[in-house]
Design a protein. Structure first.
Length: 279
């Protein structure tokens, strides 16, 4: 089973066009979108912009991809720049053979390989907080808040850092609730593991990945884990792969101009891994 993985497209149509050409050329069985799919905007406009993108662009684009690559399944994960309202919009389009929204509450299986997703990340400076949590219990509550999507009111609602992060499970809590998964399985997680080659920003001399994600990978040992979020990291460290325990971890990175994606065979990811930019 040939898998194509990319992340952090942020609604940039030029990257989606390049992805279309990559799919046409390679013909993968599964495409995984690893979070931050939708465009950024000012808080007052973001919900309308992202919902319009799902309905008017992403949905028709998936139909085009499946015309170009018959049998293609898209596994999609949300990220911290994506609003909670887009989950409902994607679920309305969900079809087991066409589009599946990944999360940490259920395992998805394709051709004997299982997939688990985790959209949430540790706190960031970005204002959208639907998919941000404290990393581990006891972490300091951020002073700054932001906005979350209020489904009942149909609008964004401001939240303080203490109220938001103090009232939700941590990433560690979410991952502790994941049951054992039969091998082989692949972990799709927007946040990269802490203290790796995949979680570094320029001009910051400390890792910003998730400690909880690293510990989960160490104890559960997926075949490979696929990450995004810190899309500058490959340029900073010179690497888009690392090892955590026995698991091959991948963060292809991303730029505004040239699509960063990887392709690999599900039964031998380390030996078959290819990058669209890095040799």
């Amino acid at each position: 089973m040939l898998i194509c993985f990319t992340s952090d497209l942020h609604g940039r149509l030029e990257l989606f066009e390049q992805l279309t050409e990559l799919l046409r050329a390679e013909g993968p069985d599964v495409l995984i979108l690893g979070g931050d799919m939708h465009a950024d905007a000012e808080p007052a406009d973001t919900a309308a912009v992202q919902l319009a993108f799902v309905e008017r662009d992403l949905g028709p684009r998936i139909d085009l991809w499946r015309e170009l690559v018959p049998g293609l399944t898209v596994l999609a994960l949300l990220g911290n720049h994506d609003l909670g309202c887009t989950a409902a919009a994607l679920l309305r389009q969900q079809d087991a053979d066409r589009l599946v929204l990944l999360d940490h509450r259920r395992v998805v299986e394709r051709a004997g390989v299982r997939f688990l997703g985790l959209a949430t990340t540790p706190p960031t400076p970005h204002w959208a907080k639907d998919f941000e949590r404290l990393d581990e219990p006891g972490d300091e509550l951020p002073r700054e808040g932001g906005y979350v999507w209020d489904e009942a009111a149909g609008r964004l609602r401001p939240v303080s850092g203490a109220a938001h992060f103090g009232g939700l499970p941590t990433l560690a809590d979410e991952l502790r609730a994941v049951p054992a998964i039969a091998a082989p399985w692949i972990f799709v997680c927007h946040a990269p593991p802490a203290d790796s080659k995949l979680d570094r920003l320029p001009h910051i001399d400390y890792p910003i990945g998730s400690r909880a994600v690293r510990k989960f990978i160490e104890r559960s040992g997926p075949l490979c884990s696929l990450h995004g979020h810190v899309h500058e990291s490959p340029e900073v460290t010179g690497a888009y792969v690392d090892r955590v325990g026995r698991t091959l971890c991948v963060n292809p990175g991303q730029t505004h101009e040239r699509l960063h994606a990887v392709l690999f065979e599900a039964d031998r990811p380390a030996k078959s891994l290819r990058h669209t930019v890095y040799a």
